[in-house]
Design a binder for this molecule. Sequence first.
Ligand code: NAD
Ligand code: UDP
Length: 322
Amino acid sequence: MQKRVLVTGGAGFLGSHLCDRLVEAGDDVICLDNFFTSQKSNVTHLLGRPNFELIRHDVTHPVWLEVDEIYNLACPAAPGHYQYNPIKTMKTSVIGAINVLGMAKRCRAKVLQASTSEVYGDPTVHPQPESYRGSVNPIGPRACYDEGKRAAETLFFDYHRSNGVNIRVVRVFNTYGPRMHPYDGRVVSNFVRQAIAGDDITVFGDGSQTRSFCYVDDLVEGFIRAMAAPDSFTGPVNLGNPDEFTIAQLAKTVIELSGSDSRIVRRELPEDDPKQRCPDITLAQKALGWSPTTDLRAGLGATIAYFRSIDAAAFRAPTPNY
Ligand code: NAD
Ligand code: UDP
């Protein structure tokens, strides 16, 4: 039977790719978004499809729908976006989680939470397994996001234990690819936009901090496998690419692949910027049979091609922080 699937934050970077996959699979897809950090252009190609509908709504307000599965992605994800209105960010994570969990409880729907590697903060254990409890500054500028997502995980597990809600908690590590917002301020979109325009590439700090970059198609496959896993599988499970790079290496690779003559310049390292980040994906490999298959150079090639194909001027910068 056709599944009714709600994707909150469905017009965003990850959400729009997820909607593509679900619509192609024949599910009856409801995309819900307030368009804070996205725009309709990410999903306009789906609007004519009979199994797709789009709702403008804010997850901090209750929503009444009848669905079988919920992917809860609504939340600004880029540091410049989530720090713009930190109180709203925390409301989105916490009240948004309460609203989708309440709906999941009423409809007996399965619900997947897009959590984040930020629950590990600036980690002292490397790479990060799911058992690591993290090192988060609860009063710093990243706390609205990190602690909001941690509280959302708490709510997911309490609804599961107290009300039997069927949950999946997925901890997403840095993911990149086509449809990243050109003005989200994240490292891949910044470097690619800067390289294509011949602008200076802004490396924050000395560029020795590390990240592990997962291509969007791999990540979406992980979401779908986590949702399809047996009901005993609640997670939390890390999804990310374990190939680790310094930010300086990323800058050089983007310059090389885009054939750019941009210069690398140094900017101040933001407060609480994690020094290292790399997922331990043993659990995802064992429980979901999932591993990423796209290496950084291939994924960056597709991302550069996407950024060359768009008119960045047609995108509204969601906040001044890019
Ligand atoms: P994104 O900003 O492109 O997508 C988030 C979407 O949520 C946007 O369309 C935005 O308009 C919408 N949104 C924000 N607040 C909302 C609200 N109150 N009500 C309704 N919609 C709202 O970011 P993304 O990279 O696609 O991230 C999607 C999810 O995955 C987020 O929950 C994020 O925390 C998580 N995540 C992403 C990454 C990554 O590297 N991309 C890493 C870790 C976690
Ligand atoms: N970064 C950078 N230049 C930029 C944007 C980001 O050097 O123009 C660095 C940032 O300081 C961080 C890393 O790149 O160390 C990843 O930043 P991003 O905002 O993409 O995500 P984060 O993993 O920090 O949430």
